[in-house]
Write a protein that binds this ligand. Structure first.
Ligand code: AMP
Length: 281
């Protein structure tokens, strides 16, 4: 695996690889890698792409600076995992490499409704930061295919919209299924911060999603939602949202809507750790 830290180095390397006929697959991450991230690398490798992974803890998408300070960092272990997965290139830039002209969010993209709802409602500026860093990384790496995880459903929608706004030379977006622990907990870098008792309870989020899915034919979502909220509260979570939305545009749905492609989404905090997950109905 080639490890590159400078923008000009990765740009040169990728230009050479493209000239040799390679297709470029790109997996942007913030590090603290786990099997969920590696599933994206595996998909990229299986698609016969030259696999390029980036690790960059992007400050501009953290509306809560304490969350940024506590974000786990494990670069040595990340490198080992990427090597084992057969990743070809790791881009490990500093903030100065990513944002040579500064990182003012005011001049970034507008995702309209998509950046105001659900995650956007509680994390102001978050998706502007995501759009900013992904646009910049796409401009550097210029991949043919971009690999994202369904775990961050709204982020996938925002990045698809970004790619649409970027136009012609933008990559194909491939969304990979959520990798889960044995009890259903969606793998997340933040899970490392859970205490043992918190970790033992955290599978409840996925159980709620599964019950929302199971009750879609005969259930009343008002009741199912209340059951989920009560269960989460009983286990010590603070629920931010338990929601149904149109899977194509994230319009919120108050009730199960059989002919509409639907995604159920949950965000809940335990202690100071915020977890999100979703399931397609
Ligand atoms: P992050 O490092 O959290 O920014 O995530 C980098 C990429 O990995 C994003 O596209 C995430 O959606 C994806 N990802 C994170 N967790 C998982 C998971 N459990 N399963 C699949 N993809 C994931």
């Amino acid at each position: 695996m080639v490890i590159l830290k400078q923008t000009k180095d990765i740009q040169n390397f990728i230009a050479q690889q493209k000239a040799a006929g390679k297709r470029i697959g790109f997996i942007p991450t913030m590090g603290a890698l786990h099997s969920g991230h590696i599933s994206l690398v595996n998909k990229c490798v299986a698609d016969n792409m030259l696999s390029v992974c980036s690790i960059f803890l992007n400050p501009t998408q953290f509306n809560d600076k304490k969350d940024l300070e506590k974000y786990p960092v494990s670069t040595e272990k990340d490198i080992e995992l990427l090597l084992r997965a057969g990743c070809d290139v790791l881009f490990l830039p500093s903030a100065a490499e990513v944002y040579p002209g500064g990182s003012d969010l005011a001049t970034t993209f507008d995702f309209g409704y998509l950046e105001t709802v659900l995650e956007g409602a509680t994390r102001p500026g978050h998706f502007k930061g995501v759009g900013q860093v992904v646009a910049r990384l796409l401009d550097i790496v210029k991949p043919h295919t971009l690999y994202l995880g369904q775990k961050d459903y709204q982020q996938c929608m925002v990045i698809k919209e970004l790619v649409h706004q970027l136009g012609n030379s933008s990559p194909v977006v491939t969304i990979c299924p959520t990798t889960r622990e044995a009890d259903g907990l969606a793998m997340s870098s933040r899970n490392r911060r859970l205490t043992t008792p918190q970790r033992a309870l955290a599978g409840i989020i996925y159980q709620c999603l599964v019950s929302i899915q199971a009750k879609q034919d005969n259930g009343n979502f008002d009741i199912v939602k209340k059951e989920c909220e009560e269960l989460l509260t009983a286990k010590g979570f603070v629920t931010e949202y338990v929601a149904l939305a149109n899977a194509n545009d994230l319009t919120l749905l108050q009730q199960y809507t059989p002919d509409t492609p639907t995604v159920a989404l949950i965000a809940a905090r335990i202690g100071d750790i915020r977890l999100i997950d979703n399931i397609l109905l």
